[in-house]
Design a protein around this ligand. Sequence first.
Ligand code: ADP
Length: 237
Amino acid sequence: MTTHAPLEDAPPLVMEFDQVALTYPGAPPVEALKPCHLAVRKGDYLAVVGPSGSGKSTFLNIAGLLDVPTQGRYLLDGTDTTALREADRTALRGRRIGFVFQAFHLVPHRSAVENVTLSMLYAGTPRRERKKRALEALHRVGLGHRAEALPIRMSGGERQRVAIARALVARPSLLLCDELTGNLDSATAESVLTLLDELHRDGMTLLVITHDPVVAARAARKVTIRDGVLTETESAA
Ligand code: ADP
């Protein structure tokens, strides 16, 4: 078992898996994620890689508070999420985790700024503040000039930037990206990865789930999942 001595001046822990595992019930049960330990600190940039069926989605669902492990504890910003009621877990997810998916998931007939603003609707942010923050987030991803454009008139790369702005606007602790370049050509993917590099430099904590070695190579730490076994394979630290 790994012990994590508190490093002096180490950035705070954002997420910690303490013997986290998930077994899907059935005959036979599927041990989709076997007991694992993972510590992610503020400002870390992690890639999670593995072949199809290895357990990546299971990992993503747990890390993103979309599913609860059947074993172990998952601490997010020091809160034991496995002890929370469903409503509290949902609220924590909205405040602390920004999601970016392969398929963008934008509302096609709402402008870029409206798409980003919509994500703050339930967070209790006043209307004027919502618009201001949405515009700031769009500037942050290099789309200040496209704020009024509709997603249907945008390129794939621009749409993914809007989705990233939407994920960032709540100022999450963790940006969770699932195959974020899967729908992009390689030049566009490169520009989105450059944006992630910039966010990393600004101190954002990034967790990128991918089967693409080009995407994984950008991250400072690499975690591999194979048959439900999670192993840290490389670390730049
Ligand atoms: P990946 O995202 O890497 O393709 P998954 O996390 O989706 O892998 O799946 C890991 C394993 O768990 C696979 O063997 C898959 O068949 C199984 N699995 C996934 N979801 C369920 C489920 N809801 N019920 C039973 N088995 C599942």
